[in-house]
Design a protein around this ligand. Structure first.
Ligand code: PRT
Ligand code: ZN
Length: 286
C-alpha cells in the first residue's frame, strides 16, 4: 500500500487559515468539507486532520498524526516528545508577564509572592523558578486578562501580539518570557517512506517560505548606471539586463529581500532608475 503522511492542523482559530494557505501555496490540493475532521489531498500523499491546537502535540507525539502545525508556545507548554522540523514564520506572538498599569514595577522581584493567572503554567513556572521567584500560579483556560480586575490574581502571564488586549484591560506588559511562531512538528518515530514524503513536503514549504522573503524587481535604467545598480541588486546569481528599444537604456530584472528593497530604493532613484515594478514570488529555490 502506498504510504501517506498525516498532518494535524488547528480546526478553527488563529492558525487554521494560514496553515491551509501554506499547504495550498505548496501546490497541494484537497477536498475540504468544513464539517469533517479529515481531508485527503489528491495530488500529494497527505491527509489533513483538523484538531484543537492544544491536542496537536500529543497526537503527534503518539504518532496518531505524523506531523502538525501549531504554536511553539503550545509545544513548549505541553512538553510532549516531538521535534520541530521547520519554523513557519506566521502567528508570531510572545508570552509575557503583565501587571496592572497603576502598579509600580521594580523588576522580577515584584512578582515575589504574587498570584499570577495564566493558561501556560509550565512555561510561567519554569521562568519564575529560573529567576528564583516564588509565586502562586493560578491556571485558567481563557480570558486571562480579566483576572486582575475581578480579583482572581494580581498579575497575568498571557500571549500578546499587538498589546491592545492588555492595554484595554488596564494592564502593562513588563517581561517577555517566551517568543513564539507557528512551527511544523514531527513525531520522532517516522518510518522511511514517511520520512521521504516529509522531505518532499519540506522542500515545497521551504520554497514558499524563501519566496515570501523576496520580491521580484523590474526596472528601466540608463546604461551608464548598470554597473552600480548591479552591485546594489546582485540577485540570485546576477541580474538580467536587456536592452530597451530606446537607445542608451536597459531593463533590469532581479530579486531582492523585501527589507533590502526599502534601503536601496533611494539609491536606485538617484541612479536614474524608472518604471520600478515590484512583485511577489510564489516559490523560490535557491
Ligand atoms: O480552539 P483552540 O484550542 O484550537 O484554539 P485557541 O483558542 O486555544 O487558540 P487561538 O486560535 O486563539 O491561538 C492559536 C495560536 O495562535 C496560539 O497558540 C499562538 O501560538 C498564536 N497567537 C498569535 C495567538 C496570538 N497571536 C494572540 N494574540 N494566540 C492568542 N492570542 C490572544 C491572546 O491570548 C490575547 O487574548 O490574543 C489576545 C492578545 O492579542 P493582542 O493583539 O491584543 O495583543
Ligand atoms: Zn487551544
Amino acid at each position: 500500500m502506498k504510504e501517506i503522511i498525516r498532518l494535524a492542523i488547528q480546526k478553527s482559530g488563529r492558525l487554521s487559515e494560514k496553515s491551509l494557505q501554506f499547504i495550498e501555496a505548496s501546490g497541494i490540493s484537497y477536498f475540504r468539507n468544513k464539517t469533517k475532521l479529515k481531508s485527503t489531498a489528491y495530488n500529494f500523499p497527505l491527509e489533513i486532520l483538523f484538531l484543537r491546537d492544544d491536542d496537536i502535540p500529543k497526537y503527534v507525539a503518539d504518532g496518531v498524526a505524523d506531523i502538525g502545525i501549531v504554536g511553539e508556545n503550545v509545544v513548549a507548554e505541553k512538553r510532549k516528545k516531538v521535534e520541530i522540523a521547520e519554523r513557519m514564520g506566521f502567528s508570531k506572538c510572545r508570552l509575557s508577564l503583565a501587571i496592572p498599569q497603576a502598579m509600580e514595577y521594580e523588576g522580577l522581584q515584584s512578582f515575589q509572592g504574587m498570584r499570577i493567572a495564566t493558561s501556560y503554567p509550565n512555561l510561567t513556572q519554569n521562568f519564575l523558578k529560573k529567576n528564583d521567584i516564588q509565586a502562586e500560579i493560578h491556571e485558567i483556560s481563557g480570558s486571562v486578562e480579566i483576572a486582575p480586575s475581578i480579583g482572581l490574581a494580581q498579575a497575568v502571564c498571557d500571549l500578546v501580539s499587538s498589546g491592545s488586549t492588555l492595554l484595554s484591560n488596564g494592564l502593562k506588559e513588563v517581561e517577555v518570557i517566551f517568543r513564539s511562531e507557528a512551527v511544523l512538528i514531527k513525531t520522532p518515530k517516522l518510518n522511511q517512506q514517511k520520512t521521504d514524503i516529509l522531505k518532499d513536503l519540506l522542500f515545497r514549504i521551504r520554497s514558499v517560505l524563501t519566496a515570501r522573503q523576496y520580491k521580484y524587481i523590474l526596472l528601466n535604467l540608463p546604461n551608464t548606471s548598470i554597473e552600480r545598480v548591479c552591485a546594489l541588486m546582485p540577485g540570485m546569481k546576477s541580474p538580467t539586463i536587456m536592452p530597451l528599444a530606446q537607445e542608451g537604456w536597459s531593463s533590469l530584472h532581479s530579486v531582492l529581500r523585501e527589507d533590502d528593497f526599502w534601503e536601496v530604493i533611494d539609491m536606485l532613484k538617484a541612479e536614474g532608475a524608472q518604471g520600478i515594478l515590484v512583485s511577489s514570488i510564489e516559490k523560490m529555490i535557491l
